[in-house]
Design a protein around this ligand. Structure first.
Ligand SMILES: [Zn+2]
Length: 344
């Protein structure tokens, strides 16, 4: 079978590798679509997280964990899943014609794709579930302002998630350095956008939300009136500026929340006093609550409450896996890139 193989930073090839074998508790999925995750880019650029993001196989390290496909084989001890079922599953090595899901449990790491949801959309189940999970941790209330840093698949998914929570937010504000991605955030429902490469983010947040005092300091310190800030950027080692998290801490108001979803490529230095003085809670967010968020992501797509196809900018056959990664690295040229091992 064909598979994308990660070798070293900036080197991914498409190879013919042996077919995977499955055990009694496993299923084999014939992959129709597999997305490239932000975390995969950390691996591709620097080699970090590679062990955690690939399935080691006889043919090499196979990346890909956001995929959809058709069940091709079912182990004898697996229940509720049959050959031919359309599924979205959670495991690594999805950027290949076939991937073993081992072990396979329906509703835990295997979800059936509802009718009306296509392969490419279904491949975005995992990142949407991540966005739903992060959104819930922030849990903004009616009338509050929310700022999201990073208009990638997770940040944009948070915009989509916020729009379906039923909460009447005052403003959703997206911060990014790409006008193309900011435009997408607007299309998906962000009220305002800030280009961090061109504008003073802190000042713009005050202009958009107002300025509130920090009570304990008798007003000697202020902040924008932002209750929840989502950091979907993390830390990219080669960028000279401090981590986005530093700015995120300045923007959250007192008793506000910061939800950190981005990955950090290296340890960082932060000025913590703004956070301490403002009693800001910092919450890490990684992955999602199985069953709950995975199923909800597919329901939202089935009910056409979120349109994931809008975010998918490129689809490549598996032979062009390297090109797919290169395009995904071009922030201003792509949003979500999907590879199709089996031509749809
Ligand atoms: Zn991912």
């Amino acid at each position: 079978m064909k598979a994308a193989i990660y070798h070293e930073p900036m080197k991914i090839t498409t190879e013919d590798v042996p077919m995977p074998k499955i055990g009694d508790m496993d299923i084999l999925v014939k992959v129709h679509a597999c997305g490239i995750c932000g975390s995969d880019l950390h691996m591709y650029r620097l080699g970090v997280f590679a062990e955690g993001l690939c399935r080691p196989s006889e043919g090499g390290m196979i990346p890909g964990h956001e995929f959809s496909g058709e069940v091709a084989e079912v182990g004898k001890d697996v229940s509720g899943i049959s050959v031919g079922d359309r599924v979205s599953a959670l495991t690594f090595g999805g950027m290949a014609e076939y991937v073993p899901v081992s072990p396979a449990y329906l509703g835990i790491n295997v979800y059936k794709i509802p009718d009306g949801v296509n392969w490419v959309e279904a491949a975005t189940t995992e990142p949407l579930a991540n966005s739903l999970h992060a959104t819930k941790l922030g849990n903004p209330a009616d009338g509050q302002n929310v700022v999201i840093f990073g208009a990638g698949i997770i940040g944009l998914g948070i915009v989509q998630s916020l729009k379906v929570t039923g909460v009447k937010l005052n403003k959703i504000i997206m911060v990014d350095v790409s006008d193309k991605r900011l435009q997408m955030a607007k299309d998906l429902g962000a009220d305002d956008v800030i280009n961090a490469g061109k504008e003073d983010v802190y000042q713009r947040c005050i202009d958009l939300t107002g300025e509130v005092p920090v009570t304990i300091l008798a007003g000697a310190m202020t902040s924008p009136d932002v209750h929840v800030v989502y950091d979907c950027v993390g830390y990219i080692q080669e960028r000279p500026e401090p981590p986005v998290l530093q700015q995120v801490m300045l923007i959250a108001r007192e008793y506000g929340k910061v939800v950190v979803h981005g990955a950090f490529e290296a340890p960082v230095t932060l000025e913590m006093m703004p956070l301490v003085a403002k009693h800001v809670q910092v919450l890490g967010s990684y992955g999602f609550v199985i069953q709950e968020d995975g199923a909800r992501a597919l329901e939202l797509m089935r009910d056409k409450k979120v349109d994931r196809m809008k975010i998918v900018t490129h689809v490549f056959p598996i032979e062009k896996a390297k090109e797919a990664f290169d395009i995904q690295c071009q922030v201003d040229n792509s949003i979500k890139v999907v590879v199709t091992p089996i031509n749809n």
